[in-house]
Design a protein around this ligand. Structure first.
Ligand SMILES: Nc1ncnc2c1ncn2[C@@H]1O[C@H](COP(=O)(O)OP(=O)(O)OP(=O)(O)O)[C@@H](O)[C@H]1O
Ligand SMILES: [Mg+2]
Length: 277
């Protein structure tokens, strides 16, 4: 994977990574698929990216990345490990680090809101970007993280139950003064529904709204084999749409010299390409 930079424990502690929460009102809208793929794209752009699986009962980021969760946030809590959090972060071959969720649902209750928040804050010191997937809805854990987050990516799908509950979630976040943190992703946006993409934009009126396409076979297969689509098929329409979203959302986080280097590399690519023709 191109130029991933070193993660170092206890570096410049004043400079913490951007904390991005991936949440939803209802389950099964694609948070895990989006989180795993987004992390791959950010890592490719040389951003040091850590995922925290904050879906404490049934988190499956480890599965989506084919990582064996030999150590998890449960051990961080039991061993008071926030001070040396790197030791609890599992390394994916792309360069992503993962603080995995508990391996059994009954362990979830050990992870209090404060424990999850303090592990996440510790991880932030190691990274440029921390993506936390949380369980659907408002739990005590989620609400504390929402408060601390720099941005909240709210994922929905076009079906009526998801839209109705997403609307309620947006209203609730607005009443808590968090409206400005919200970016909306309408995933599976071209799945059959009476609501079209313009209808959905009209309904929510969220300025930062992105749409991701519906590819059930490809996404399901990528999750089954633990290879995100952005790795297995970076030219796929889903991968390209997500890249656009990553470029828009995270451009300010890219190290200053990276865009120039990428431009040069891309120019070389196009020269090589055209010389074949
Ligand atoms: N863009 C997409 N097109 C088609 N299918 C998708 C897409 N994104 C996700 N899926 C499928 O939707 C299902 C749920 O995806 P995923 O597990 O990522 O959702 P989730 O929001 O993380 O669920 P949970 O709330 O249980 O954590 C999976 O079967 C996945 O393959
Ligand atoms: Mg999930």
């Amino acid at each position: 994977m191109t130029g991933s930079r070193e993660f170092n424990q206890g570096g410049d502690s004043k400079k913490t990574g951007e904390l991005v929460l991936i949440c939803s009102a209802v389950g099964g809208v694609g948070k895990t698929a989006i989180t795993a793929n987004l992390a791959i794209l950010l890592t490719k752009q040389t951003l040091r990216t850590v995922i925290v699986d904050g879906n404490l009962q049934f988190g499956d980021i480890a599965l989506a990345l084919d990582i064996d969760p030999v150590i998890t946030i449960k051990e961080v809590v039991e061993q008071n490990g926030s001070q040396n959090i790197t030791e609890y972060c599992l390394l994916h071959k792309s360069g992503i680090r993962l603080l995995a969720g508990p391996t059994r649902p009954e362990y979830a209750e050990l992870i209090t809101a404060d424990a999850l928040a303090s592990a996440t804050e510790a991880v932030r010191k190691l990274a440029d970007v921390v993506l936390v997937e949380v369980s659907p809805g408002f739990t005590e854990q989620n609400m504390l993280l929402m408060d601390k987050a720099d941005s909240i990516i709210l994922v929905t799908t076009p079906g009526m139950p998801a839209l109705k509950n997403t609307k309620l979630m947006i209203e609730t976040l607005a009443s808590l003064g968090m409206q400005n943190k919200i970016s909306l992703i309408v995933n599976k946006s071209d799945a059959p529904s009476i609501m079209t993409s313009p209808d959905i934009s009209e309904l929510f009126q969220i300025e930062r709204t992105s749409f991701l396409p519906y590819f059930p076979k490809e996404i399901a297969h990528s999750m089954d084999i633990g290879v995100p689509l952005t790795v297995g098929n970076p030219k796929h329409r889903f991968s390209k749409q997500l890249q656009k979203l990553a470029d828009q959302h995270f451009s300010s986080r890219l190290p200053a010299d990276i865009p120039e280097k990428r431009r040069i590399r891309d120019r070389f690519k196009s020269v090589k390409h055209s010389s074949k023709i």
